[in-house]
Ligand binder design. Structure first.
Ligand code: AMP
Length: 218
């Protein structure tokens, strides 16, 4: 099964993707995580991407699309995957369609995670992530047991530079301008499955699983 998960920054798409990848045994491809690993490793891609990410802007399509094409050609993607954070523009979505058409395949469903704007701002402000394993926390809703230390691996838990309030506004603007039109793009293909993540992530995941069942995918 090949899935895309779409949602505003802070909507909980990463957390939902982590649950679903376990449930359906999928490779989890987060373009944000790949960029962050490159930034940490100081690679040429990381250095270039950082200049956009720190401003809340999208990394140019040319860099992002080839990075994803390379990732999708790896062995662990053969059994299916969940794309988290890609595509983020219509051009990326079209490039993805072309990539998959060459392999005689297509995306089975696009999971749209819905959360109100105000709620998103609160969540992003409190979000903290583990430097080592990427686990996500929130100082209000889901604090670590020991402040600043990951419950799962003991790694350092920090606030992403682009989660600071001045960057969050820019990221939300970028999302509405470039990424939200994708909902329409995929609605026309009839492959959207919606999950409401305003209240409880478990409810959201259940809705998604039901939606996938209704489409005969699981
Ligand atoms: P995320 O972890 O998905 O919120 O991504 C963090 C940042 O990485 C985004 O705000 C963008 O600057 C960049 N990024 C991630 N995925 C993409 C993409 N598909 N296209 C362009 N930029 C991206």
């Amino acid at each position: 099964m090949k899935l895309i998960i779409l949602g505003a920054p802070g909507s909980g798409k990463g957390t939902s993707a982590t649950v679903l990848r376990e449930e359906y045994n999928l490779a989890h491809i987060s373009t944000g995580d790949i960029f962050r690993a490159n930034i940490k490793g100081n690679t040429p891609l990381g250095i270039e991407a950082k200049s956009y990410i720190d401003k809340g802007l999208l990394v140019p399509d040319s860099l992002t699309i080839s990075m994803v094409e390379d990732r999708l050609s790896q062995d662990d993607c053969k059994a299916g995957y969940i794309l988290d954070g890609f595509p983020r523009t219509i051009a990326q979505a079209e490039a993805l369609d072309e990539m998959l058409a060459k392999q005689n395949t297509k995306i089975d469903a696009v999971l749209s995670i819905v959360v109100d704007d105000e709620e998103i701002k609160n969540r992003v402000a409190g979000r903290r992530v583990c430097e080592k394993c990427g686990a996500s926390y929130n100082v209000v809703f889901k604090p670590t047991k020991v402040e600043g230390v990951c419950d799962l691996c003991g790694g350092v838990v920090y606030q992403r530079e682009d989660d600071k309030p001045e960057t969050v506004e820019a990221r939300l603007k970028t999302y509405y301008k470039n990424t939200q039109p994708l909902i329409d793009f995929y609605n026309k293909k009839g492959i959207i499955v919606e999950g409401d993540n305003n209240k409880n992530p478990e409810v959201c995941i259940e809705q998604i699983k039901e939606g996938l069942k209704a489409k005969g995918l699981v």
